[in-house]
Design a protein around this ligand. Structure first.
Ligand code: AMP
Length: 186
């Protein structure tokens, strides 16, 4: 029987407006021409933080998620509570050289040069169901690398859940084979 007093999973219009209002635009950071989406005010706003975590997890409740992979660094902040909400484990996907045990890695292209994401080789159980979480989807390079990394580890990528999509940068185009869920698109 539905529980009318339960907090709804999906953020309502007012909560989405609060989330959006809690993200601060910082022009020309960390370099000229970048409009940086600063989520620190959102993290410090309890209602917005709770609604964000609920909203990132909502479409994947009941999807049998075994692991949530969070992308360094802001994907860690949302990924761990999303994992708890889904009864899943949390796996940090880190920049090169940070993880202490055996790793598997995936390189990806940046505007100039390449970068690498890594997870511990034993973190993803082969055959397990995985949700990737991050704060911002921009060009999609980082997210795509995380998807490839999970697949290399033998996991199934069930979805990619992101707080904010910067639609002009067309990161969505790099995710044709992934269920992409975004709370906000700007
Ligand atoms: P991309 O690989 O281009 O999709 O970039 C995504 C990663 O870079 C995410 O982990 C974001 O945290 C970060 N990022 C990229 N662009 C921005 C931005 N304008 N504001 C905040 N974070 C960004």
């Amino acid at each position: 029987m539905p529980n009318d007093t339960a907090v709804p999973d999906v953020p309502d219009t007012a909560e989405l407006a609060l989330i959006e209002a809690s993200i601060r635009d910082i022009p020309d950071f960390p370099q000229p021409g970048i409009l940086f989406k600063d989520i620190t005010p959102l993290l410090n706003e309890p209602e917005a933080l709770a609604a964000t975590v609920r909203g990132l997890a909502a479409p994947f409740r009941g999807a049998g998620i075994d692991h949530v992979v969070g992308l360094e660094a802001r994907g860690f902040i949302f990924g761990a509570p999303v994992a708890m909400a889904l009864g899943a484990g949390f796996v940090p996907a880190r920049k090169a050289g940070k993880l202490p045990s055996d790793i598997i890695d995936q390189a990806y292209d940046l505007e100039y040069g390449t970068a690498t994401v890594e997870i511990h080789a034993d973190a993803i159980t082969p055959g397990s169901r995985v949700l990737v979480v991050d704060d911002v989807l921009a060009t999609g390079g980082t997210g795509r690398a995380a998807v490839e990394l999970v697949r290399k580890a033998g996991g199934t990528v069930v979805g990619f859940s992101v707080l904010m999509e910067l639609s002009a940068l067309q990161g969505r185009g790099k995710m044709p084979d992934v269920e992409l869920h975004t709370l906000l698109s700007v």
